[in-house]
Structures are given as C-alpha cells and as structure tokens.
Design a protein around this ligand. Structure first.
Ligand code: SAH
Length: 365
C-alpha cells in the first residue's frame, strides 16, 4: 500500500486528481499529514466521507509500528524500536538535553559502510528507507511531545512541547540514501507545515565527498557532522573503509567548500578508542588538520560492541586528548555516556533485541 508520507504536496495533488478529486484535496491532505500529524483518515473532517474511506482502504499513513521502547535511568533518553511494513526494524532516539528535545533518526535498515567499530555495520545494508519512513520517525516523537496526556509516562518533559532539533545520526549512512533524505528534510522544514528550521537539523556522514558537495548546493543549510575518528589515512582507512575512496584531504577540502557555501560550523565526531586513536600526537594531528576551518570536535567515548577489539579510552586519556585540541584552538566537547545503559550506540538496541538479551523497561500499552 502506498505510504502517503512519501508524497510531496504537488504529488498529493496529482494523486487526488487521479482519483477524480479536485487538486485542493491534496493540499488538505498534506496539511492533515504534515501539520496535524493525523494517523487515521477519519480525523480528516474536511474531506468527504467516501474519500476518507478510500484513503483508509488503499493507503497507509503511519508506516511505523512500535516494537519496544526503553528509557534511560535518568529519564532523559528514550529509544524506540519500530517495525516497518516489510518486517524490518529501525531505531529512533529522543534526547532531552540542554533545553532541547532532539530526535535522532535512521535513514537505512542496516548500513553498507562497514565501519569496524559500529554495531549497525555488522549486518550490512538491508535497504534504504523511503522519505515517508524517515518523516514518520520525526512525526512519531513529535506527536508524543504534543500530547498532553500520559503524564505517568516516564520521561522528564514539559508537555505539550515540540521537537526542537533533528540529528540524522541513527542507523545507516544518510548520504548514501540522498534523495529520500532530502525529500524528508524538505517536508519537515516546510514553513507552512512542520516548520522545523534547517538550522536545527544536523546530518552526520561517514564522508561521501561528492554528496557533501551536492548538499552544499541544496539551499537548505542543515548542519554537517563528519564521522572522522582518525586524522591519518593509514588509520582512518582501517576504521572507516570508505576513506580508501575519499581520503582525509579530499574530505576536509569538501568541508571547507561546505562551510564557504553555508557559513555553518562543522562538527567532527571522534570516537575515542584506547590505544588506537587517542594519543597526544594523534590529538595534535587532528588539530593540525582542522586549522582554518570553523569546527567543533565531538569526542565520544567508544561504546564497546560485541566481537570487536576496540575499547573505550580511559577518562584521563580522553581529558588529555581534549586539552590538546582546546590548547590548539579547536573547540572540543566530550559527549556524555548517557545513552549507554539503553544501548543507544548506533544499531545496538536492534542488535540486542535480535539476541533478545535486553529487558524492555517500558512498552506502549
Ligand atoms: N553513517 C553516519 C551516521 C550514523 S552513526 C555517520 O557515519 O556519521 C552516528 C555516529 O556514531 C557516527 O559518528 C559513528 O561513527 C558513531 N558510532 C558508531 N558506532 C559507534 C560506537 N560503537 N561507539 C561510538 N560511536 C559510534
């Protein structure tokens, strides 16, 4: 069944005309979907009854079925696992830090990039998500935040509220699923409907250089985060195999071009792995690489995953690494390890569910 969230507003107008409806029905439908976040055609009270019945019979509005959700002990993070129409599952996370309500969304089932420290990479790429499947992840948590009821429900959030930020840092490589991703980003930034600002969206990439250039030309100034993890080609080629296609110099050059066009500060993600990429020399090398770029380094203590040789850096070594960057004038922050207890590392809840060794703390009634 077609997922109505996959359609742009002009596409919905065309669909309605092909159903012998006036085109403006497409506009009404679009607004029900993207402004009111309707999940059932029966809610669409300004559409004729017969049309609502046909929509219910022939289309779907909500491609996500909640499997399980788990909250962190501090009640600031909720991770949800959803089943898609074809039975595949994806992860979505809501985070309530720094006065923000940030949702972290997935763009693929699995991932084909093969980063050696990443849980999602272990199963390879299953398939791309459609634009509607990406949009639905944002809508799901937005609907939950807008609701006034359910106060017994665990997270610490002033309700009703709205999503303030979206980070595309869940499962998959977003720039390897470029068109559906941008279709989704255009829908959630549509000023007449969902109306999130492009400035509050960040897309994280492993470093697909041609796609970074394409993104720079989009006229949608979303933030760019680059998963760097190493400053030398020798090491990065081992951790992040795509580096053999797009080496560090070409990646940093693309970041300069992105910054020139969008004027936005660029985030570099760097997962600190003990004895692998966490020495003082490597910190200096990283600082040298970022000279002249307005950047910010996000240091992440590695989340250890099963069957992986990598271990997190000690807190002392992590602090020294951070100091070297800061002394060199590169802003660097240490990401807190809050998500760990709920398997918030990329792909980890899905993996744990498959191994069925996670105990859900909270499930939808
Ligand atoms: N494919 C995209 C986005 C998804 S991963 C990208 O590579 O940026 C989101 C971030 O989590 C990336 O920086 C990724 O390298 C990092 N990551 C993956 N596995 C991790 C682990 N075990 N510990 C810490 N960070 C990890």
């Amino acid at each position: 069944m077609p997922n109505l969230l996959d359609y742009t507003q002009p596409e919905l107008r065309d669909l309605m005309q092909s159903w012998d409806q006036p085109a403006y029905r497409g506009d009404q439908l679009y607004s029900w979907l993207h402004k009111d976040l309707a999940t059932n055609p029966e809610q669409m009270t300004n559409l004729p009854k017969a049309l609502r019945t046909r929509l219910a019979a022939e289309t779907t509005l909500n491609p996500l079925q909640l499997v399980v959700q788990v909250d962190s002990k501090d009640r600031l993070t909720r991770k949800a696992l959803f089943r898609l129409a074809d039975g595949n599952t994806i992860e979505v996370v809501l985070m309530l830090y720094n006065q923000r309500r940030t949702v972290c969304i997935s763009t693929q089932v699995g991932c084909g990039m093969g980063c050696t420290f990443c849980a999602t990479a272990q199963g390879g790429l299953r398939r791309n998500l459609s634009a509607g499947e990406i949009i639905a992840q944002v809508h799901w948590f937005e609907r939950w935040l807008r609701q006034e009821g359910g106060k017994a429900d665990g997270l610490r959030v002033e309700r009703p509220s709205r999503i303030s930020n979206v980070v595309v840092m869940g499962m998959g490589e977003p720039l390897a699923n470029y068109e559906p991703l941008f279709k989704a980003l255009r829908a959630i930034t549509d000023p007449d409907n969902f109306a999130l600002s492009a400035r509050s969206i960040t897309v994280s990439t492993v470093g697909l250089v041609p796609m970074i250039d394409r993104m720079a030309d989009e006229d949608l100034p979303v933030g760019l985060a680059v998963s760097l993890h190493a400053a030398s080609n020798r090491l990065r080629g081992k951790l992040v195999p795509i580096n053999r296609t797009y080496p560090v110099e070409s990646l940093i050059a693309a970041c300069h071009r992105y910054q020139q066009k969008t004027r936005r500060r660029i985030t570099f993600e760097y997962a600190l792995m003990r004895g692998i990429n966490d020495s003082i020399e490597q910190a200096q090398q990283l600082a040298d690489l970022l000279v002249g770029l307005r950047s910010h380094v996000n240091l992440i203590p590695l989340n250890p995953i099963p069957d992986s040789p990598y271990q997190p850096t000690s807190p002392e070594d992590a602090a020294s690494f951070q100091q070297v960057l800061q002394a060199a004038g590169v802003p660097a922050t240490m990401r807190l390890r809050r998500g760990i207890e709920i398997n918030a590392g990329c792909g980890q809840l899905r993996q744990a569910m498959q191994q069925s060794d996670v105990i859900p703390l909270l499930t939808e009634p």
